[in-house]
Ligand binder design. Structure first.
Ligand SMILES: Cc1ncc(COP(=O)(O)O)c(C=O)c1O
Length: 409
């Protein structure tokens, strides 16, 4: 192969100038994302320092366990859930299959058993479980559902999306509910169109319907969302979404190729039946010796655990240009950090409050941000001429300023 920049030969063997070397631009981030350097660092450290079996009690094992617990806490924080409601899986495909298989098993267990044992009869005893989804889901939802339908283990309704806006309509989902419906699974954002589905509205309406269903002895309808494409691109909060299950896929948001499943009130409010049986890890919901380095990377992937976003309130709409955050650490008060920045020009709050000195913003305190977090707040607001490259520059600037203040640079 000719070296880059060398001359090509034309049909007669004469040298001709190569086309200018073309720069490749990656624009396939929905397929996968490169690993963040911090993620690679966390994974490398875990491979070096935490190679022990997380179930072992000696230091290398204990360190692995600690890393896994921290990653679980970070992931839970990222989606507004509880750490005990997060289990690690091999990826989105497994998380999606696990939800579907689990709901089918649960339905068969509860309703077939009632029919067989003469326990409390229900209007759906001996019926097949019914699952509702839409026509634009990823294959890791569509194919297991089709398979269950072919095997006569479940019935499935594929609700078409609107040709006007690409969304599935909550109304159509509700209209598809039958007595034996046990699960609605709708992706949060579509991988091909990027359309965001009305999951909060669907959950809200399903919850209201569940109250009527309970009175009639019908099974509760649980809601799952595959958030593979939304995480890392928009805020994802299980409290806002109101879902019972949420699929997390690391390699779509700068993390490694593993995943997780959020289950609201895992094992208590929401049942989960394992697909695998083995050594009891992940409280038996997903056994198999934990892949510590990958889990460490997943826990690092979105926001570092030190960043506190001060303006994310469940259900609140915000201006898209405004970001208020604190980097937590005793030396990182907002003003001190800004003073260390070499590129960034920003403030710690409203310009008209610049006489507050080191006192934290009363606005943030009124919104319930703890004093020690509010003290480190920085407000960034972008404008028409701001560019992505400038944002990247500012992130680097802030990282270097933090390292200087903490004496690491
Ligand atoms: C919406 C969605 N769900 C699930 C997946 C499956 O993820 P994985 O292939 O990592 O298991 C993908 C991956 O392309 C996806 O885009």
């Amino acid at each position: 192969m000719e070296a880059a920049g060398a001359r090509n030969r034309d049909a007669r063997g004469r040298a001709e100038k190569s086309p200018p070397e073309s720069r490749k631009v990656y624009m396939d981030y929905n397929a996968t994302t490169p690993l963040e350097p911090e993620v690679i660092e966390a994974m490398t450290e875990a491979m070096r320092e935490a190679w022990g079996n997380p179930s072992s009690s000696y230091p290398a094992g204990r360190k692995a366990k600690e890393i896994i617990n921290t990653a679980r806490e970070n992931l839970a924080k990222m989606i507004g859930g509880q750490p005990q409601d997060v289990i690690f899986t091999s990826g989105g495909t497994e998380s999606n299959n696990l939800v579907i298989q689990s709901m089918v098993k649960h339905f068969h267990k509860v309703h077939a058993a009632n029919g067989d044992t003469g326990g409390h009869p229900s209007p759906v005893d001996r019926a097949l479980p019914h699952i509702i989804t839409c026509t634009v889901e990823h294959d890791s939802i569509r194919l297991p559902l089709e398979h269950l339908g072919e095997e006569r283990k479940a019935e499935v309704t594929f609700v078409p999306v609107s040709k006007v806006n690409g969304q599935v309509e909550a109304e159509d989902i509700l209209a598809a509910v039958r007595p034996a419906t046990c699960l609605v699974t709708i992706m949060l954002a579509n991988n091909e169109t990027g359309v965001v589905m009305p999951v909060p509205e669907i959950s809200r309406r399903v919850r209201a319907l569940n109250q009527q269903r309970a009175a009639g002895g019908l099974p509760e309808v649980l809601v799952h969302t595959d958030a593979a494409q939304a995480l890392g691109k928009q805020r994802v909060d299980v409290r806002d979404l109101g879902v019972d299950f949420l699929t997390i896929v690391g390699h779509k948001f700068y993390g490694p190729r593993i995943g997780a499943l959020y289950v609201r009130g895992l094992g208590e409010h929401t049942p989960l039946y394992p697909m695998l049986f083995g050594g009891g890890q992940e409280r038996n919901f997903r056994p198999g010796t934990e892949n510590t380095p990958m889990i460490a990377g997943l826990g690092k992937a979105e926001f570092g655990e030190r960043i506190h976003l001060n303006s994310q309130f469940p259900g609140a709409k915000r201006l898209p240009n405004t970001c208020n955050f604190s980097i937590q650490g005793p030396q990182l008060q907002g003003r001190a950090l800004l003073a260390q920045c070499q590129t960034l020009l920003a403030s710690v709050g409203a310009a008209c409050h610049s006489d507050l000195g080191d006192r934290p913003s009363p606005v943030l305190l009124s919104c319930g941000i703890p004093v020690d977090v509010a003290r480190n707040a920085i407000r960034l607001s972008v404008g028409r001429s701001s560019t992505r490259a400038e944002v990247d520059l500012v992130v680097q600037d802030l990282k270097q300023a933090v390292a200087r203040l903490e004496g690491q640079a």
